[in-house]
Design a protein around this ligand. Sequence first.
Ligand code: KIV
Ligand code: ZN
Length: 515
Amino acid sequence: MTANNKLVIFDTTLRDGEQSPGASMTKSEKLRIAKVLEKMKVDVIEAGFAIASVGDFESVKAIAETIRESTICSLSRALDKDIDRAAEALRGAESARIHTFIATSPIHMKYKLQMTPDSVLEQAVHAVKRARKYTDDVEFSCEDAGRSELDFLCRIIEAAIDAGARTINIPDTVGYAIPRQFGETIKSLLERVPNADKAIFSVHCHNDLGLAVANSLEAVQNGARQIECTINGLGERAGNASLEEVVMAVHTRQDLFNVSTRIDTTQIVPASRLVSTVTGFPVQPNKAIVGANAFAHESGIHQDGILKKRETYEIMRAQDVGWHNNSLILGKHSGRNAFKSRLEELGISLESEGALNDAFLRFKDLADKKHEIFDEDLQALVTDTVSMALNDEFQLVCMRVCSETGVAPCSTVTLRVGKKEVSANSEGSGPVDATYKAIEKIALSGVSLQLYSVNAITSGTDSQGEVTVRLEKDGRIVNGMGADTDIVIASARAYINGLNLMSADNSRQHPQSSV
Ligand code: KIV
Ligand code: ZN
């Protein structure tokens, strides 16, 4: 394969994906996702925006020090302090990329940056040169390129390449582009920028009009050789181009796309599940590739056709994207080593022996209640254990719930708050409502519950229920998660997890805030 038909897959789930309201992830969650992305053979992982917060910096650093098979990238505005911070976070990486950007559209330059085009160009060149002092792998993005003037784009891109940028990214930041027009923009840039052959052209499309994947694919048809995308299409507002759709379109329509990726597509469904679990954003059943119905055939005619020849109604094989890999893995008699090695195979390494012991105890407890334990159970159990391990302020000690026909449900909850144990009880319209009211009597948090969802992790009535709650206070949104075979206990865990995340300080700067 020549360099020209290699399509670079740049995943920004951990950076742009995390900009979805309520999708914040902890360092250990980001590390787990990064390991799955590495296993999937993603070329570049944008691990975060190092200057945004101490938490972002630490996450980029941990990922840079751990991942060996993918390039690790940090975003930075076109500012010295951002670039220096990105370089510091990336120091331990085997292969590091600094991604620097500045807005190039008239509306952004005039109102947001309050800068002239000439000074934007000068700042871009300065930023690229500074980033090149740290690494040869520098990407430059023209923010809001989708609404920028072509002449100015040509000028700034030529200057950025001369300054040392090796990837030029054309973001449709506000999801305004239409496929044919966006493709023509890419084609014109490649034709008109004199040194275009010295860089890979990339696209980064947002989904405000539902066209992010279509625009990205049209760009590839017109010469782009990197797509920036996210698992499940997560991202700012309506999200980014979804990795699974882009990759499977290119793989499935080899007759049209003269490019290939190095992605191991069997990791797509596990990655989608993990991102959904960690963020609490469910995947809609009819979502392409990773939705529960993506390979389900309802009509008799379709089922008949499939039985006679699968290709009559299927253009991809479910197992090629990682469906049906849900094998029975562990049971009641499995030991600590089997448990640990299965976690490693799933790309999960717990940070300490203590965390491993806690997870193993939870596993034994689960195995007593549920005979068959699947990979999904382990993912949920680890997510739950890790998030509970973070809980400094509130911890669930025990709870008792009464649910009886004709009687108001009631719940008694005991929490550890710091060093003290505090109990409260409440009635409610249902057992979960009663439990949340009892917890609130203790926590007095003042949060509002914006979303409550419960999903069965596997099939069967002994399945674990995975509960996600979205809590809001003073404009800050967090997602709490909990899993248990008892869904009222899972609900309590999720709410307590949310309260603890709310009380942790994770304020951060937004990348698109003005320079
Ligand atoms: O959407 C956008 O423009 C971005 C850039 C920072 C690449 O996310
Ligand atoms: Zn973006």
